[in-house]
Ligand binder design. Sequence first.
Ligand code: ADP
Ligand code: MG
Length: 262
Amino acid sequence: MIDEEWRYFAPGGALMPGGPSTWYILDWDQRRIIAVTMDEEQESEDVAIKYLHRHIDTLGPDVYGIHLSQDGELVSVSTSPEDDETRCVYYPPLQTIEDRLSGPIKTVLRSDLIELDRLSPNVDLVSYTLCANPTNTKVIFKYYFLIQFLHKLWHEVNLWIRLPPHPNIVPFDRLVLDELHGHIVGFTSLYISGGTISENKSRMFKLKWLEQLICVIDDLNFRYGIAHQDVAARNLLVSPKTDAIMLFDFNYSCRIGGIGYD
Ligand SMILES: Nc1ncnc2c1ncn2[C@@H]1O[C@H](COP(=O)(O)OP(=O)(O)O)[C@@H](O)[C@H]1O
Ligand SMILES: [Mg+2]
């Protein structure tokens, strides 16, 4: 479940001087956009978000818009598809990656994933079972829901999938394909239990983890020519199996000197 503080985001709005105002509010938890209309002018989305939060869990799946009174009471709801502001995301065909990689690519269908928890706006904890390997595998499913962030996923997939196995990098797992066309909707990485360094502050930080961290950064920089660019406690895990620090989240990573290098 996503913390209330991070649950909502307004990709846009339609505001008239003096009102009415409509804010399109994305609920990261339900992955849908609700158009919140109020008769007054609302310069920022804050009031719409505050009042939407009161009602969101009572709105049916067919509701695309709500009209609220000045004090946040529900005046009416709209189920008209014309009010649906949710945008389709373009998912690239598998071939786009397949053609450029040597060796087979492991994939899993999105419909084979069982959702266990939402960890952040674009990240779910899921599990899957494959015929060839009937044990249940817990993995992290990362994907994008908003078209304007899709390039980040694409970049992250292409970089991470090419990294050689490393004891201090969370292993890339599979590309996730949509069940209809086989297009790439996201990817999975192996789930490492125990929380990130920032989530689990009661854990004593070991000197050897610092050494491992320096080592993995050196390997990325000097052996693979990659700058991670987001090394932070929130992007570090500790493997309970190997007691080793594990780096992940390659959203901001790039080739040193290449596009995106700061
Ligand atoms: N492989 C993993 N194992 C365990 N938890 C993970 C893993 N990958 C991500 N997480 C959890 O999900 C959160 C968001 O993942 P991350 O890749 O950092 O996304 P973002 O790009 O949104 O920061 C992390 O802070 C962590 O709590
Ligand atoms: Mg992160």
